[in-house]
Design a protein. Structure first.
Length: 133
């Protein structure tokens, strides 16, 4: 198996667009463009991703961006549910969260040795370490 460089290809493709450089030269990074943020997300560290979540909680980034963020960082369901109950986030977050988990579950495979589920693209079971056939 090779190394997946699709994130780099996507970023470089996005950066080669003239509009990207115009956006980069005019932005103050207090309010970043969500399209740019989506391309940069795979390369950001954990604290940067938490800063993005903080901006979502404070309404500086639209809550729909959670669908992208959840692919790159694990956010507790309880935190998101509490934010909805407290009125900080829209109720649509619960639908988004359900859809995310359903999609993630569909894309998992079951280990024949221990029975636990792992992401479909893993070579070894995350629970017991056995190699998938």
């Amino acid at each position: 198996q090779g190394i997946d460089i699709s994130n780099f290809v996507s970023l470089f493709s996005y950066m080669s667009d003239r509009g990207f450089w115009e956006l980069l030269s005019t932005t103050d990074f207090k309010q970043i463009d969500e399209a740019l943020l989506e391309k940069m997300l795979p390369f950001l560290n954990f604290s940067a991703k938490l800063s993005i979540f903080d901006k979502i909680i404070h309404g500086e980034i639209d809550w729909h961006f959670l669908s992208v963020l959840l692919q790159h960082v694990r956010i507790s369901d309880a935190i998101l549910e509490t934010a909805v109950i407290d009125g900080v986030l829209d109720e649509g977050v619960l639908t988004l969260l359900r859809d995310f988990h359903e999609e993630r579950y569909k894309n998992m495979k079951k280990c024949p040795f221990c029975g636990e589920r792992s992401p479909a693209d893993t070579v070894f079971c995350l629970s017991c370490g056995a190699k998938f056939p």
